[in-house]
Design a binder for this molecule. Structure first.
Ligand code: GTP
Ligand code: MG
Length: 173
């Protein structure tokens, strides 16, 4: 079992390519109200969870809600790919503004598995090249996360490690 130590109050960024299992992991370990999903916010502002042109507005709204939650002292999990430095910078900023620790949980599955899963999904239409780009962004992310300000970086490699992970909350005081 891999124990993921997370401060009781944290902003948790899930990091991983489409199909790695972020939403599944979030459902398993966190309450629905704790999870802010980029898909849900895209749908909220555009009626289409896959409308990439809605991403900027969706993330504005997501960051705003994350900030409100952190101000109220509520643990918040961001279910988005979080593969690019600029996307993560927005989360680190919100966390810092509220004196909350940003934590990253990286879910790293073989690209072939993520692709196999993607092909079986009606809610995803991106091609192989898009997934390959995400995988490259993930590789680059490893060296960046701690420097970007993530205070803990938990990495789960492969389906078995992801399945066996448990979250343990650290008391702040
Ligand atoms: P995006 O939202 O596209 O970024 O993907 P995601 O990372 O949220 O992946 P999601 O949790 O939606 O999982 C993608 C597909 O893989 C779904 O059909 C899941 O049912 C399946 N899946 C996720 N995790 C597991 C797992 O641990 N075991 C198995 N068998 N299937 C999984
Ligand atoms: Mg998802």
């Amino acid at each position: 079992m891999t124990t993921l130590d997370i401060p009781e109050l944290a902003l948790v960024a899930l990091v991983g390519v489409s199909g790695c299992g972020k939403s599944t992991f979030a459902r398993r370990h966190f309450a629905p109200s704790q999870v802010l999903s980029s898909d849900v916010f895209r749908a909220m502002v555009s009626d289409d969870e896959n409308d990439q042109s809605a991403s900027s507005d969706a993330f504005d709204a997501l960051h705003h809600v994350a900030g409100l939650r952190l101000r109220r002292g509520r643990l918040t999990v961001v279910d988005a790919t979080n593969l690019q430095p600029h996307a993560r910078a927005g989360l680190v900023r919100v966390a810092r503004e509220h004196d909350v620790l940003p934590v990253a949980i990286v879910l790293d599955v073989p690209e072939a598995l993520a692709w196999e899963r993607t092909q079986g999904r009606a809610d995803r239409t991106h091609g192989r090249q898009v997934l390959a780009r995400m995988q490259r962004d993930l590789r680059r992310s490893y060296g960046l996360l701690a420097r970007e300000g993530f205070r803990k970086v938990h990495v789960l490699r492969g389906v078995e490690e992801i399945d066996a992970a448990e979250v343990r909350y650290e008391r702040l005081f």
